[in-house]
Design a protein around this ligand. Structure first.
Ligand SMILES: Cc1cc2nc3c(=O)[nH]c(=O)nc-3n(C[C@H](O)[C@H](O)[C@H](O)COP(=O)(O)OP(=O)(O)OC[C@H]3O[C@@H](n4cnc5c(N)ncnc54)[C@H](O)[C@@H]3O)c2cc1C
Length: 386
């Protein structure tokens, strides 16, 4: 990866990518249409055994590689895994997102109980924020918890929950009503085998991965499972997303780079009209646009990651990175499919898989339109303060 020479990185980042690239090339191949639950379980275990998941959690005492999450490392891991295999990236990302709130806000007991197992690949994590009527508008959530003795009773529905059905625990955000809207939400860690929590429906998507709708019915959760203070759940969710939103951009970059490499391979080998596809200026124009888009997206992504690792607030920069990288990757992959002609839409072809894998990234962890609103809000706020 040429961008490892950029000033955002330290020598340790280059070493990590070289080792992971080798690891991923040998371990992430799985059959087209394989059982995604089994594949994801295997991948989580393998990523844990390989030592990669220690970068997804914070706290050396709890199995983490350092006491804070190094955003550049998380991004480079996601980019590298996504280049090789979307499910491997998914398995890594969800261990981080699903346990991120525990890394950031967990008590000593909560961290000791969950993070070590997450880092070792022995427990699968999930992040349950979205609801049928509260996706982009998170503050509209209806799933609620009310105090009951020494704990809380949870009732309601969560949907689009990645790892739903295979997770060992869910970090769940519910309405506790301390204040209206976003200020009346609290986070809990709920073990998957807690009575009253059930997987109501598994959801099939274009790039299959474990995904489910969860139902809570008088699900009793001890107060010790509360994450952060009552009413602070929105802050917990947003702080977690702030870490991982930049890494969605990095995953998109990995998909885009793979599509670009596939496109170069195809353009230089496919013969037509007495020359190769790459000999046509129309193709060269496309390749130039693809490569420039990838570099622009990478610059935004690693600027955001580098700023966060330096202690800066990166709400605007992470939104710019996520929006640009996911939208660019979609265009790059589409162009690659086009260069493959009919072969580009054959099931199991790499560019066909990438075409399906990129789509959801423009929707989850804040759709592109939501990122635009975040960027504009931050710009207008600083203009007002100037
Ligand atoms: C594959 C996948 C995995 C997911 N994993 C998880 C998970 O693990 N945990 C979790 O909690 N959630 C998860 N989600 C949910 C995801 O975060 C939501 O789908 C997303 O927030 C959008 O919510 P929604 O689907 O309800 O769409 P809606 O909120 O109904 O939005 C629909 C569309 O409206 C547009 N839009 C939104 N706001 C505006 C606006 N202000 N102005 C103009 N247009 C707007 C956008 O284009 C958006 O796509 C996942 C989703 C997918 C598809």
């Amino acid at each position: 990866m040429q961008h490892l020479d950029w000033p955002f990185f330290e020598p340790r980042h280059g070493k990590l990518v070289a080792a992971l690239d080798q690891w991923a090339a040998g371990r992430t191949a799985h059959a087209h249409g394989a059982d995604v639950d089994a594949t994801c379980r295997d991948l989580v275990r393998a990523l844990g055994e390989g030592g990669w998941l220690q970068h997804a959690v914070a706290g050396r005492a709890y199995g983490g590689s350092s006491d804070t999450i190094d955003t550049r490392t998380v991004c480079l891991i996601r980019e590298t895994l996504a280049y090789h295999d979307g499910l491997a990236d998914f398995a890594f990302a969800m261990q981080g997102l699903g346990s991120g709130a525990i890394s950031l806000f967990g008590t000593t007991e909560q961290r000791a109980r969950y993070l070590q197992r997450v880092a070792a690949g022995q427990a699968i994590a999930a992040f349950a924020l979205s609801e049928p009527e509260a996706g982009s508008d998170v503050a509209a959530m209806a799933c609620a918890a009310r105090p009951d003795g020494s704990g809380y009773l949870l009732n309601g529905t969560k949907t689009w929950i990645s790892n739903g059905g295979i997770a060992d625990f869910y970090v769940v955000f519910v309405r506790t009503g301390e204040a209206p809207g976003a200020r009346g939400i609290t986070a809990f860690v709920v073990d998957a085998d807690t009575p009253g929590l059930e997987v109501a429906e598994r959801i099939d998507v274009i790039a299959p991965h474990p995904l489910a709708r969860l139902r809570f019915h008088d699900c009793r959760v001890p107060a010790a499972q509360r994450l952060g203070e009552p009413g602070q759940g929105f802050k917990v969710a947003m702080a977690t997303l702030d870490v991982f939103r930049t890494s969605v951009a990095a995953a998109a970059l990995g998909f885009a780079r793979r599509a670009f490499d596939e496109a170069i391979g195809r353009a230089t080998s496919r013969r037509m009209f007495g020359q190769t596809l790459a000999d046509f200026q129309l193709t060269q124009s496309k390749l130039a646009e693809m490569a420039t888009g990838i570099d622009a997206a990478a610059l935004l992504t690693y600027r955001a990651a580098w700023m966060r690792d330096g202690g800066a607030r990166i709400t605007k920069e992470a939104a710019m990175a996520k929006m640009t990288a996911t939208e660019t990757a979609q265009r790059v992959i589409d162009a690659a499919v086009q260069m493959f002609g009919g072969q580009g839409v054959v099931s199991g072809e790499t560019v066909e898989r990438l075409y399906r894998e990129i789509r959801a990234l423009r929707i989850y962890e804040g759709a592109t339109e939501v990122q635009q609103l975040i960027i504009a809000r931050e710009l207008l706020r600083s203009a007002g303060a100037a």
